[in-house]
Write a protein that binds this ligand. Structure first.
Ligand SMILES: [Zn+2]
Length: 319
C-alpha cells in the first residue's frame, strides 16, 4: 500500500520542520485525548532529532483519538511556555473559506498549510531561517493574525499545540482527516515574512488608548480573584480548576499566584492574562474595538465603583 507510506513521509517531514535545527536535547510534545476518558489529555515526548518515532506514535494514536503536537520544540517535559526557548515557525489559525484575499496581502506565502478537519479551517505555517524566542514568536504571530483576520486568541501562544497532518479530527462524526494541503517549506527571516504588515499590533485603538493611559489595574488583579469571578469556579488550594474550554475532569487549568504569571491550561495549551481568559470565554478579541468592550465588561465585573480598590483612579468616561 502506498497511501500509509505517503502519510508517514509527509508527517515526518512536517515534524522535522517544526524542530528544524533545534540543538540536542529538544523534545517534540505529543498531546492526545485519552480515548476512554475524553476530558483527559495526555502528553508524550520524543527526541526532536528523531521525528520518525514521533510520527509512528502519532499515526497509531490518530486511529482512535485527537492528536496534537507542540509547534515549538520543548526543552524539558513540560507543555507550557517555560519549556520553550525558540520556535522555528510562525503560524496562524484561519477559519474562513476566502483565504486567498487575505493571503494576497502577505509578502511570503505560508510554506505549509494544514486543513484541520473542519470545513474552511486551516493552520498556516511559515518556516523561519532564524528561530525566534517565545515572546518574539507571539508578537510575530499576532502581526500575521491581524493581517489575515485570523484567530488572535490563545493559538498565538508560543506553547500552542496544533493537529499534525495524517491525524483525524474527532470533533466530527465520523472523524475527518487532517490533511497537508501545501508543503513547500522555504525558510525566511521574520523580517521578510512580516514585511509591509502593520508591526505595532500591541498599540490599542485610539479609544482604548485613552482608557489605558492610566496604569492598567485590571492587569494587577491576582489570577485567583479574576478566575473565580470570570469562570465562577472556586480556586482550591491546589490552584487547579477545570478548564472551561473543554471537558476537563482532572482539572488542568493552573492559576498562578502572581498577576504577571496569569493562568495556563496544560490540557489545551491556552493561557495568558485576565484579558485572554475573559476574551476567550466571552468571545471578544483582545485587540481592536472589541478590546474596549472586553475591558469595560471586566471593569464592571471586577472593579465596580462601590468596591473600587483604593489605588485605582476612577476610570475616565464611565459613570
Ligand atoms: Zn484547557
Amino acid at each position: 500500500m502506498t497511501r500509509p507510506t505517503q502519510t508517514d513521509t509527509a508527517l515526518v517531514a512536517y515534524l522535522a520542520l517544526l524542530t528544524s535545527r533545534e540543538p540536542a536535547g529538544g523534545l517534540l510534545e505529543i498531546r492526545y485525548r485519552q480515548p476512554d476518558s475524553p476530558g483527559r489529555m495526555r502528553q508524550h515526548w520524543h527526541p526532536a532529532a528523531h521525528p520518525r518515532g514521533a510520527a509512528r506514535e502519532i499515526l497509531e494514536l490518530a486511529e482512535r483519538t485527537d492528536v496534537y503536537v507542540g509547534v515549538a520544540p520543548r526543552r524539558h517535559r513540560h507543555g507550557g511556555r517555560s519549556a520553550i526557548q525558540r520556535s522555528w515557525m510562525l503560524w496562524a489559525d484561519l477559519d474562513q473559506t476566502d483565504t486567498a484575499a487575505h493571503m494576497a496581502t502577505l509578502a511570503v506565502a505560508p510554506g505549509v498549510v494544514v486543513a484541520s478537519g473542519t470545513a474552511g479551517h486551516h493552520h498556516l505555517y511559515w518556516p523561519l531561517a532564524q528561530p525566534l524566542s517565545g515572546p518574539e514568536v507571539e508578537r510575530a504571530n499576532r502581526v500575521l493574525a491581524r493581517a489575515l483576520h485570523a484567530d488572535t486568541g490563545a493559538v498565538l501562544n508560543a506553547a500552542t499545540i496544533l493537529r499534525p497532518p495524517g491525524t483525524r479530527n474527532f470533533k466530527h462524526t465520523p472523524a475527518t482527516a487532517v490533511t497537508l494541503e501545501r508543503f513547500e517549506p522555504r525558510a525566511h527571516t521574520a523580517a521578510q515574512i512580516l514585511k509591509g504588515l502593520p508591526t505595532d499590533p500591541d498599540t490599542p485603538t485610539r479609544t482604548a488608548a485613552a482608557r489605558v493611559s492610566t496604569p492598567d489595574v485590571l492587569l494587577a488583579i491576582e489570577p485567583e480573584r479574576y478566575v473565580q469571578a470570570i469562570t465562577g469556579l472556586q480556586v482550591p488550594r491546589s490552584r487547579k480548576v477545570s478548564c472551561p474550554f473543554h471537558q476537563d475532569r482532572n482539572p488542568s487549568l493552573h492559576v498562578y499566584p502572581q498577576a504577571a504569571q496569569g493562568w495556563a491550561c496544560f490540557g489545551c495549551g491556552r493561557g495568558g492574562s485576565i484579558y485572554d481568559l475573559a476574551g476567550e470565554l466571552w468571545q471578544l478579541h483582545t485587540r481592536g474595538p472589541e478590546f474596549v468592550e472586553l475591558r469595560n465588561r471586566l471593569r464592571d465585573l471586577l472593579l465596580p465603583n462601590t468596591t473600587t480598590p483604593r489605588h485605582e483612579s476612577a476610570p475616565t468616561g464611565r459613570g
